[in-house]
Design a protein around this ligand. Structure first.
Ligand code: URA
Length: 426
């Protein structure tokens, strides 16, 4: 006879759980039959003892089964990308309409900022009127008409994860490879995808600080996806410095629009093209990566991707021409001359939160017009007194707090540093 205590004990003592035991616990928790205190004890046991690949796959399936799955519409491949989050990561805003132009469907269910990393929904809500609460019928309709959607999860998409994630957040059980894998994959698999790519970031501005940790998480995500029949691939990507120049919300929308029109920073463009190209090859829309990259470049440079973005925004009620201007700008200057060795992503992230561009507490309203513009990149030669970052602030007290975070965020030294590649395959 299974009971919550029995399942907790088995995991505490390092035994693998059966599919039945995992289903029992997840379904019971989602339905409110198993209380938070027992689920917390179980989550801590998983954090400490880990799970094998069969258990992770069973946990992912049990989480999906706690809610609804989106219904596929049409014969197009259905693809999506998940990023583990970073500073200036606006790739989703560009990737979804770009892939829709390549005749695949992108039913992207996104999230809000977590810790120091920004969230796609917060960025899109810098567009006045943009709705992030589409229901399943609206998602299906928009996929048929436009081919891409970026919206938030309804309460019916993986409700077990909503509850469990909130519990993990306050019980020090977030950084478990098994729990992260099931959490991410269950939400993506509930979109009924035929291809998924993971952008697993590492560095000071990322959830995973080291390349080794990022590799372990990426490998777990890819193998669990494959085990559950979803072709999944991953890139390990650089988060030792923000992606692109802009970190914030409205400013990231502007930078995404520039990229969608064929311009934008080289790293944003290159990473987005690479993620899309790999997906197109995985779902057999392109024969090889070179062919895929060429067609994606054409879709950006011709303005087609931007047109598709305009259509998506309009369909979701947004007014792109009404994106507000940025707040008052001040510059911060290099304290010495030399080569920029590194940036402290944590400090940069906290400075954006101090400005009101991220959250200090659950549910805090975001100020869309604040943020940063990075004027230098790791490896650049800088002169003392040269501006290194622009700060957009709505209040002088917030600006002072942001400046305090940024003061030690730029490390300048005498020798050119070794830099990290923008992306590497798993
Ligand atoms: N992001 C998620 O969606 N889930 C996790 O567990 C961690 C990061």
């Amino acid at each position: 006879m299974i009971s919550p205590v029995y399942v907790i004990e088995r995991k505490r003592d390092g035994h693998p759980l059966t599919e039945d035991e995992i289903n029992y616990l997840v379904a019971g928790y989602a339905q409110g039959d198993i209380p938070d205190y027992q689920m917390s004890a179980w989550a801590m046991a998983v954090f400490l003892k880990g799970m094998n690949s069969q258990e992770i796959a069973a946990l992912t399936q049990a989480m999906i089964a706690s809610g609804d799955r989106l219904k596929p519409v049409g014969d197009q491949p259905r693809v999506d990308k998940h990023s583990t989050g970073g500073l200036g990561d606006k790739v989703s805003l560009i990737l979804a309409p770009l892939l829709a132009c390549a005749d695949v469907h992108v039913p992207m269910i996104s999230g809000r900022g977590l810790g120091i990393t920004g969230g796609t929904l917060d960025k899109l809500e810098a567009i006045p009127g943009y709705r992030t609460n589409l229901d399943e019928a609206a998602i299906e309709h928009q996929l048929r008409e436009i081919g891409c959607v970026i919206t938030g999860a309804s309460d019916r998409i993986v409700p077990a994860d909503k509850k469990l994630y909130a519990l993990r957040d306050v019980t020090a059980t977030v950084p478990s490879i098994a729990l992260i894998t099931a959490s991410i994959l269950s939400k993506k698999m509930a979109e009924s995808l035929t291809g998924l790519i993971l952008d697993v970031k590492f560095g000071s501005g990322a959830f995973m600080q080291s390349e080794a940790e990022a590799r372990t998480l990426a490998a777990s995500l890819v193998s669990t996806g494959a085990k559950l029949g979803l072709p999944t691939s991953a890139l390990l990507t650089d988060m030792t410095q923000p992606l692109g120049r802009m970190v914030g919300n409205a400013n990231e929308v502007h930078e995404s629009c520039d990229t969608l029109k064929g311009g934008g920073p080289a790293d944003v463009r290159e990473l987005t093209i690479e993620l899309c190209a790999r997906l197109l090859v995985d779902v057999k829309k392109s024969y090889n990566l070179d062919e895929a990259r060429k067609s994606l470049i054409q879709l950006l440079d011709s303005g087609h991707a931007y047109e598709r973005f305009e259509q998506m925004v309009l369909a979701q009620g947004g007014r792109l021409d009404a994106v507000p201007n940025l707040a008052t700008m001040n510059e911060q200057f290099a304290a010495s001359s030399g080569y920029l060795q590194s940036m402290d992503g944590q400090r940069i992230g906290h400075s954006v939160i101090a400005l009101g561009g991220g959250r200090k507490f659950v549910g805090q309203a975001i100020d869309p017009v604040v943020g940063l513009e990075m004027l230098v990149r790791v490896g650049d030669k800088v002169e003392r007194g040269q501006p290194v970052v622009r700060i957009f602030s709505s209040k002088s007290s917030d600006r002072e707090a942001a400046v305090a975070w940024l003061d030690d965020a730029f490390c300048i030294g005498e020798m050119p540093p070794t830099t990290v590649p923008l992306f590497q395959p798993l």
